[in-house]
Design a protein around this ligand. Structure first.
Ligand code: COA
Length: 260
């Protein structure tokens, strides 16, 4: 694995943990983090021994405190627009074929919340805080905050978060459906890795197809979605893992999926 300046990657069995490593700036997302994060995901995508990716930030204070505000200075509409048309971490996570879990430790603000929203699951510590504070800077979210947040938690709640810029706590985020699980800070890593390991045991091609099908649900109408689901369900019948899964069930043993 390439060595990066702002990204650390470690492995725990079949799970890769990608850590954004700018603790002195509360892991704010600058252009280097985006570029290196995208490159790290490119490597993890090609590595068949990696089944699930967990994304987190260094330290207990912040997951990610947003886009790096110092990079906003001097940006023109044209250069700012181009930034989001490049490969960002947000869209690389969105199209990453394996499940990605955001492990949210502390502040999860602005672009940090947008990055968590691009992930497939969100698990947080009980001291996590979430917001889209862009309104306080006289701007609006630009990395999916108004779109993915609204699809996930509904218009009324999303509208209030984006209009006020206020932080919500972990319990509120759980109640809104923004996060899947909340754990005491000291147990966050262990519990998140338990969830990641459970998913990593499943059939990799089926995981990829689940991700594609579920994401399609919010981008299509019901008829298109149901048709896509049937097509993807049929694809499973071409895999060795489907044969293994069915045989293992009938033989009352644990399946050994190979991703074939
Ligand atoms: N961009 C750039 N730098 C950031 C940053 C961001 N989004 N968030 C924090 N930092 C930097 C601070 O400037 C500070 O750097 P310095 O020590 O060189 O001055 C360092 O990280 C620590 O942050 P600090 O503000 O001193 O910590 P705090 O505990 O007092 O406050 C926050 C924590 C998260 C409440 C506060 O940092 C904050 O509001 N950050 C901006 C959040 C935001 O608006 N994000 C959305 C951007 S669109």
């Amino acid at each position: 694995m390439t060595e990066f300046e702002t990204i650390k990657v470690e492995r725990v069995d079949r799970v890769a943990i990608l850590t954004i490593n700018r603790p002195e700036k509360l892991n704010a997302l600058n252009s280097t983090v985006h570029r290196e994060g995208v490159a790290a995901l490119d490597e993890l995508r090609e590595d068949d021994s990696v089944r699930v990716v967990v994304i987190t930030g260094t330290g207990e204070k912040a997951f990610i405190a947003g886009a790096d505000i110092s990079e906003f200075e001097g940006k023109t509409p044209v250069t700012q627009r181009a930034t989001f048309h490049q490969r960002t971490l947000f869209n690389s996570i969105d199209v990453f074929p394996k499940p990605v879990i955001a492990m949210v430790n502390g502040f999860c603000l602005g672009g940090g919340n947008e990055l968590a929203l691009a992930c497939d699951l969100r698990v947080c510590s009980d001291n996590a805080r979430f917001s889209q504070p862009e309104i306080n800077l006289g701007i609006i979210p630009g990395g999916g905050g108004t779109q993915r947040l609204t699809r996930l938690i509904g218009e009324g709640r999303s509208m209030e978060i984006c209009l006020t810029g206020d932080m919500i706590d972990a319990e509120t985020a759980y109640r809104f459906g923004l996060v899947n699980h909340v754990h005491p800070a000291g147990e966050l890593r262990e519990k998140t890795l338990e969830l990641a390991a459970k998913i990593a045991d499943k059939a990799p091609i089926a995981l990829q197809l689940v991700k594609e099908a579920v994401k399609f649900a919010s981008r299509s109408n019901l008829d298109e979605g149901l048709r896509r689901e049937v097509d993807l369900f049929a694809v499973c019948f071409s895999t060795e893992d489907k044969v293994e899964g069915v045989s293992a069930f009938l033989e009352k043993r644990k399946p050994e999926f190979k991703g074939k």
